[in-house]
Design a protein around this ligand. Structure first.
Ligand code: NAP
Length: 246
């Protein structure tokens, strides 16, 4: 499904990003495994892909750093000759009630989740224009659609990602480049492990399909959006949330 394609996946050392990296590789893509702090885990993802007979490289870069994103794109192109697919998956939470959110925690979440997505798109904008093709998949969240008490910074960043997705989709549509977002619901990863049992139960009661999602649910959607099968889909937010938002 992705034979011959090169995919750059941010935050691919763990969780959803790791699953996307492994899934894309299983469909024949060469993968750039971006990470920020988890070098050993990123190297492990590369090893897993190589063990499958695939090709991958791990690149450290905080997506919040625009120049570093440029260096990462250059390194990826030097290694694989091009980038076809950008998955902006890197994300963080710093949950609190508004009155307790510090300036630093507000900025950190916006800088990683929203600005980081913008940074990577901007650094790949010209290469995508030049090749007159490209796929951009941005990770938003059900929280960016519905809002969530205690997650104002995170919800704002993810709602921002939706506006960014639609705007860039309109800018690049005539160039054969599609831009879509995936809005996961409650997916079992280290991010959600951090929640209390009570909070998890509360969310579970809001999921019509009655189960927590797994990383594969998101990775297969991303693979579809990255493939030729999704050539006529752009500017969309695909909810993969067990029906939480409908
Ligand atoms: P996770 O398990 O906490 O993993 C986060 C990933 O992002 C890690 O690979 C981490 O890399 C990377 N990362 C964090 N800051 C970064 C930065 N500045 N630069 C580059 N990479 C950075 O999270 P997850 O649950 O897989 O979530 C992945 C995405 O899905 C996020 O955007 C999240 O908001 C979204 N999402 C998740 C859920 C859910 O239920 N899990 C629901 C809705 C949306 P290092 O370890 O190397 O720092």
């Amino acid at each position: 499904m992705l034979n011959g394609k090169v995919a750059l996946i941010t935050g691919a050392s763990r969780g959803i990003g790791k699953e996307i990296a492994l899934t894309f590789a299983s469909y024949g893509a060469k993968v750039v495994v971006n990470y920020n702090g988890s070098k050993e885990k990123a190297d492990e993802v590369v090893k897993e892909i190589e063990a499958m007979g695939g090709e991958a490289i791990a690149i450290q870069c905080s997506v919040a750093d625009y120049e570093a994103c440029g260096n990462m794109v250059n390194e990826a192109i030097a290694k694989f000759g091009k980038v076809d697919i950008l998955v902006n998956n890197a994300g963080i939470t710093k949950d609190n009630l508004v009155m307790k959110i510090s300036d630093e925690d507000f900025d950190a979440v916006i800088d990683t989740n929203l600005k980081g997505t913008f940074n990577c798109i901007k650094q790949l904008y010209r290469p995508f224009l030049k090749q007159r093709s490209g796929r951009i998949i941005n990770m938003t969240s059900v929280t960016g659609i519905l809002g969530n008490a205690g997650q104002a910074n995170y919800a704002a960043s993810k709602a921002g990602v939706i506006g960014l997705t639609k705007s860039v989709a309109r800018e690049l549509a005539t160039r054969g480049i599609t831009v879509n977002a995936i809005a996961p619901g409650f997916i079992a990863t280290e991010m959600t492990d951090a929640m209390t049992d009570a909070a998890k139960q509360a969310v579970l009661s809001q999921i019509p399909l009655g189960r927590v999602g797994n990383t594969k649910d998101i990775a297969e959607t991303a693979a579809f959006l990255a493939s030729d099968k999704a050539a006529y889909i752009t500017g969309q937010v695909i909810s993969v949330d067990g029906g939480m938002y409908m």
